[in-house]
Design a protein around this ligand. Structure first.
Ligand code: FES
Ligand code: FES
Length: 312
């Protein structure tokens, strides 16, 4: 049977027998051998992967049941550049010896902390109670998960957008949204430029959409793998002694407010002119802005320049 799903963010289609369980598919068909097989009947947890956000036993799930799902294996927890915070903590706390149980421990803990970044030691023990370790012992494993919690508390992360700039000027390898610029065409005349546009051939595989912020917030499909989150910015504001103000208030109401995505658009047309000085490796940008230094630093980061090479 043909089964299509996402594996670590990428779409995949496999032809499998209906009886093939997901762990065998991952290991033998997709060569993702990080998912281990111990008991093959749901007792040891070594085969745990994350399916649509939930930790499940891949030995108890048929591949055909993954149709349309998002599956994350231990290979999907880290990038080539960096370990996942759980992996870093496991290494620090010596939370593995032979490592056989480790992928299942990591995926189970990742699913837990994604939903419950404040899980205490009891909750962590409970969540990991279905994962057996035969050589390390559980104390360092629980200690490692406790330490990794901070990285899962989104509010504690550095403000995304302040330390990195994730807006490529032109889509490279991956188009992330409808309307993203794909190419720049230069021509001696508008007609020649239009001819150039017509000469561009695109070979694009359409990806399933991420339709709402809830799906996006789960982070199973990341716009930028290296970011580890789809949150563009987490911002915590405060002024004065907020605790005292709430404490002394006659009436306090707690609520959660959510607003739709929006962006400010100027009513007047705006243009911007950039001039690149190749001899000095310096760019001058002429345009209207209320935050010129922020814009300068942003553009410099996006273009790989130092802010001093960029005038606005
Ligand atoms: S191999 Fe799946 S639970 Fe043991
Ligand atoms: S580290 Fe060996 S089974 Fe857990």
């Amino acid at each position: 049977m043909r089964v299509s799903f996402r594996i670590n963010g990428d779409p995949v289609a496999v032809d499998v027998e209906p009886r093939l369980h997901l762990a065998d598919c991952l290991r033998d068909v997709l060569s993702l051998t990080g998912t281990h097989l111990g008991c093959e009947h749901g007792a040891c947890g070594a085969c745990t992967v994350i399916v649509d956000g939930a930790a499940i036993r891949a030995c108890l799930m048929l591949t055909v049941q993954a149709e349309g799902a998002s599956v994350v294996t231990v290979e999907g927890l880290s990038s080539d550049e960096a370990l996942n915070p759980l992996q870093t903590a496991f290494r620090k706390h010596h939370a593995l010896q032979c490592g056989f149980c480790t992928p299942g421990m990591l995926t189970t803990a990742h699913a837990l902390l994604t939903d419950e970044p404040d899980a205490d030691a009891d909750r962590i023990r409970s969540a990991l109670s279905g994962n057996l370790c035969r050589c390390t012992g559980y104390i360092p494993i629980v200690d490692a998960v406790l330490e990794a919690r901070a990285a899962y508390r989104k509010a504690d992360k550095p403000l995304p957008g302040t330390e990195r700039f994730l807006q490529p000027v032109i889509a490279a390898d991956r188009v992330r949204y409808v309307g993203e610029p794909l190419a720049v065409v230069l021509g001696d005349s508008p007609a020649l430029a239009e001819d150039g546009v017509g000469a561009i051939a695109l070979d694009i595989a359409e990806l399933p959409p991420v339709p709402d912020r809830h799906a996006s917030g789960r982070g199973e499909i990341l716009l930028f793998e290296g970011a580890g989150t789809n949150a563009a910015m987490v911002f915590t504001g405060g002024k004065g002694d907020a605790d005292a103000a709430f404490r002394d208030a006659d009436y306090v109401r707690s609520d959660r407010f959510a607003v739709q995505r929006y962006t400010a658009l100027p009513m007047e047309p705006r243009g911007v002119l950039a001039e690149w000085d190749a001899a000095r490796g310096r760019m001058t940008v002429l345009g209207a802005a209320k935050v010129p230094f922020f814009n300068r630093d942003t553009l410099a980061a996006m273009l790989g320049l130092s802010p001093g090479d960029h005038r606005r």
